[in-house]
Ligand binder design. Sequence first.
Ligand SMILES: [Zn+2]
Length: 356
Amino acid sequence: MLSMSPLKACRTLASALMILGAVSASAIDVVLAQDAPAKELFGGVTLPTRAAPSPYGSYAKGCIAGAVAIPTDGPTWQAMRLSRNRRWGHPQMIALLERFSQDAARLGWGSGILIGDISQPRGGPMLSGHASHQVGLDADVWFTPKPAQPLSPQQREDMPFTSMLDKSKFLTVDKRRWTDVHAQVVVKAASYPQVERVFVNPAIKKKLCETWTGDRAVLGKIRPIYGHDEHFHIRIRCPEGATGCKPQAPVGPGDGCDKSLAWWFTKEPWAAPKKDPNAKPAPKPRAMQLTDLPKACRTVLRADGAGNELEATYRPADGQVLVPTASAFVAPAQALAPPFELPVEVPVPPARPSGY
Ligand SMILES: [Zn+2]
C-alpha cells in the first residue's frame, strides 16, 4: 500500500467497498469525489449513457447524458484523432456538423470537413486540451479540408495541423494559405441560427473584418480567442427544453470589428502575468472535482452505458448507419483506470479571457 498513490489507493478502496457491498453507492461517491479530479473520472469512460440527450451545466463545467457519436466517416466528413474518443455530442450538434459538412463541400471546401474534438462520451472535463467542450455543444473543425482520398485511421492520428498564420509576423494571416473559401466556410458556420459563437484566432477575425463583403451581422458571432489558427470552434446554444443546460450570455450587437478586437493587437493579451516579488507562491490550482460540477453529472457518470459504440452512433439524414472503425479507440481496462498520458495536440489557450 505504501507505494500506491493516494488516488490509486482511494480507487482500490472504492472498488473493494463496492465488491463487499459494505457501503452505499453514495458513500462510494464520496470516496471518489474526494480524490479523483473530474477529468480522470470522465476521461476514463468509453461509452455514453443510454438516456434522452441532456446537457448539464455550462460549456466549461458540465457533462452530457445521452450523447451520440458522429460516424467516423461520412460522405462529406471524416473524424480525426479517433484514439481520443471525442466524437460525442448532443444530437443537435452532430446533425449540425452533418449539414455543415455538406454546405462546406458545396462551397468548394475539398470534399467536406475534417472534424476535431467534440466531447467525451459523457462530456465533462478532459485530461488534455480544452477548458470547454464539456456538454456536447462544442466542436472543432480543421482549417484543412477533407481530401478526396479518405484518410486511414493512422493518417488521422498523424496528419499535422496547418496554421493559418504567418509565424514570421505578429498575429497575421498567411496569405499563401488563407483563401476566400476559408472565409466563406467560417462565415457559413456562424450563419446557422443555432450557432451562438465560432471561435477563431484574432488574426483570422481581423482578416474577416477587413475583407468580408457579405452580411456583417453574422460576423459578430465570430469571436477572437487564443489559438484557433489550425482549427475553428463551433458552439451551439442550449437546446430547447434542456433545463439543466446553462446558457452563455448572447454576443453583443455589431460585427465585433471594434475595440474588443483591437485589444488583441496590443501587448496586454500576450504579456506574462505580472508577478509581485513579495507575494507568497500561489497554491497549485486545484483540479476540478466531481463536486464542482452540477449534481446531475454524478448520476451521468454512474449510469449504465450504451451497449456499444454502434448503438450510440448518430444516424445521418439518409438513414444509412456507417459502421465505426473497429479499432477506433482502445478501451481502458476499467472505467477508472489510468494511464492518462494522452498527447496534447490542440493548443491550450491560457485561462484568459473568461468568455471562452
Ligand atoms: Zn474547441
